[in-house]
Design a protein around this ligand. Structure first.
Ligand SMILES: Nc1ncnc2c1ncn2[C@@H]1O[C@H](COP(=O)(O)OP(=O)(O)O)[C@@H](O)[C@H]1O
Ligand SMILES: [Mg+2]
Length: 582
């Protein structure tokens, strides 16, 4: 049954033991007052009011009897309120815990896994599916206690009557009909699971569209894609509507189906009531108890369909939560302090998700303190080569060592502390410039931050901004120009003081004025470090003490500029083509 599906997640309930216990206690109270309380009043408390055969009742007694109704409902209402309150409290806590688990997992997953999925899809799982799961878990904690309790209370009353009152036969007939109401519940539940999965995945599509559209706001306007985008969004939304309506169709059929069955039960009961000659109050109290049985069954049915929807969301979350972490710390890490910075590739092959290999048996030794340029046509594998060093991806075959230590033998934090990275499109966080710089080195002093900004030629432009270092840079740094972002990123790399520096097209999107400043900043940054530099402009590359020429995933030549220009046709053609265009 579906409930078993959730067992591993009851640990989330355990963390909110207090609220859940309170919810259960008030749920029990609610159940008792609902299922048992009302029929008991009808059968035993009310009748004297209508019995005028004996001496007249004292007014005080009449008032007391009458007051029992609001009293019972007050008790029931308070129990229901407190039950719901504590259930919701537990629910939001659970949601928080699941979201944190999910988010935490996303931080650890390898890049290759995240790149296979769209941000919208990951977002929708993290927001919509966790919300569905929260709803399901709290409903389970809530109606999963309250409703069975109310049902038991009502059934208890019926059984009690069966043994103490004439007309036990009637009661048994009534009881025989009750379980029938469960039939549609079971059938509908099965129908709903599949459709819930469809709906959540449609929701993922809608979110994907949203996220993609917002990130491409400029392209949409530049290419006049407004209508096309709106049409595509409309199609995704329409898909969502259809998926939602399929669920509505089944979920909403449940209540009428159960009500028809219960009406049948009452009809049958009337016939037997007439023939067995039971008392009026007995009959009414039994009908009440019977009615009070159906309500919980209905709710339990709804709970069942929600369990199925929750299970669908859980499946979607588990795709992420259960994804094995392929890039992790080793069990017995080699202690690593500050590396000297020698990089050695030994017959390294690598392929992205089973595609044809991006690197084929690459070997190269880059001595500590060397500036090494990677050159080659687009798609030759230069970025892939550089991205293996911080272990963003795992080498397929072969070995990659730093100072002779396999990168897989180090703790990830130790490895990455020794590497600074500046990429083509540096991403800044939506925070102040100062805090963005500080990311380079946790705990850097104010003076260190300032010195790094000066070295990176960032200080001069930062001071012209209205709020200086306290300027908020916008999402991904959108309020700064490309060159400004680049200089902040370089300052961040300065601050990191890492022995290994990776510059992947760090200057390719700059105008010539910022480029001069950035080049100057870079020259200072290169000193005394092992540098892997990928650049379009050969002005940067010519000075490198070593150049690796990449073609189709292999290193086809290496040496310095003069020897490669003389001896390698690919290098010469790349160089000449670049020099020809001003
Ligand atoms: N994240 C990725 N997923 C799948 N394939 C990729 C990914 N990144 C690069 N590739 C492929 O790997 C090959 C090498 O790419 P890359 O190292 O980026 O080349 P370069 O930096 O030399 O232009 C290319 O064929 C490219 O299509
Ligand atoms: Mg590249």
């Amino acid at each position: 049954m579906t409930l078993r599906r959730f067992r591993p997640y009851f640990r989330y309930l355990r963390a909110v033991r207090g609220p859940v216990t309170a919810a259960v206690v008030y749920g029990l109270l609610f159940g008792a007052t609902s299922g048992l309380g009302l029929p008991t009043l009808i059968k035993y408390v009310f009748p004297p009011i209508f019995d005028h055969s004996g001496p007249p009742m004292a007014m005080a007694t009449v008032v007391l009897v009458a007051a029992s109704v609001p009293m019972l409902f007050l008790l029931r209402a308070v129990a229901s309120y407190l039950n719901s309150y504590y259930v919701q409290l537990a629910g939001v806590r659970i949601l928080e815990a699941i979201r944190l688990d999910y988010f935490g997992k996303l931080q650890l997953l390898p890049l290759s896994f995240l790149q296979r999925r769209s941000a919208g899809d990951l977002l929708s799982r993290g927001l919509a599916d966790t919300a569905q799961l929260q709803f399901t878990l709290t409903l389970m904690a809530n109606d999963g206690v309250k409703q069975p309790m109310a049902l038991l209370g009502a059934l208890g009353f019926l059984v009690w009557q069966a043994f103490t009152t004439d007309g036990a036969l009637l009661v048994l007939v009534c009881l025989a009909v009750v379980p029938l109401a469960v039939l549609p519940v079971h059938y509908v539940g099965k129908k709903i699971v599949k459709r819930a999965e469809q709906m959540q995945s449609q929701l993922g599509d809608v979110t994907t569209h949203f996220a993609e559209n917002l990130s491409a706001a400029r392209e949409v306007r530049a290419f006049g894609l407004e209508q096309r985008e709106t049409d595509r969004f409309a199609a995704a939304t329409r898909g969502l509507v259809l998926a939602q309506m399929k669920i509505v169709k089944y979920a909403q059929a449940l209540t009428p189906a159960i009500e028809i069955l219960s009406a049948l039960g009452i009809g049958t009961t009337l016939v037997f009531a007439h023939r067995s000659g039971v008392k009026w109050e007995t009959f009414i109290s039994i009908i009440t108890a019977l009615y009070l049985c159906y309500e919980p069954i209905k709710k339990i049915g709804y709970l069942n369909s929600e369990l199925n929807r929750g299970a669908a969301s859980l499946d979607r979350l588990e795709v992420i939560l259960h994804e094995p972490l392929s890039i992790t710390d080793p069990a017995a890490p080699v202690p690593v302090g500050r590396l000297r910075g020698e990089i050695a590739f030994e017959g390294v092959s690598f392929s992205y998700n089973g595609d044809p290999p991006a690197l084929r048996g690459v070997s190269a030794v880059i001595p500590a303190g060397t500036v090494c340029a990677l050159v080659g046509p687009s798609g030759a594998g230069k970025s892939t080569f550089a991205n293996l060093v911080p272990r963003f991806y795992e080498v397929g075959t072969g070995r990659l060592t730093l100072d002779g230590i396999d990168v897989r033998a180090m703790r990830l934090a130790d490895l990455r502390r020794n590497i600074a990275l500046v990429s083509q499109e540096p991403v800044l966080f939506n925070d102040t410039i100062y805090n963005n710089l500080l990311l380079g080195l946790a705990g850097a002093t104010h003076d260190q931050v300032m010195a790094a900004a000066v070295d990176a030629h960032a200080d001069d432009f930062i001071r012209t901004l209205p709020r200086g270092y306290d300027t908020i840079v916008g999402e991904r740094g959108a309020l700064l120009s490309g060159g400004q972002k680049q200089r902040v990123a370089i300052a961040r790399a300065f601050l990191r003081q890492a022995p290994i520096l990776i510059l992947d097209e760090a200057t390719s999107s700059l105008d010539s004025e910022s480029e001069a400043a950035v080049q100057d900043a870079l020259r200072k940054l290169l000193v005394g470090r092992t540098v892997l530099i990928i650049a379009h402009r050969f002005s940067t590359i010519r000075d490198a003490s070593r150049i690796l020429v990449f073609d189709k995933g292999a290193i086809v030549a290496q040496g310095n500029h003069a020897s490669l220009y003389a001896g390698n046709a690919l290098y010469r053609s790349l160089y000449d083509r670049q020099s020809a265009t001003p």
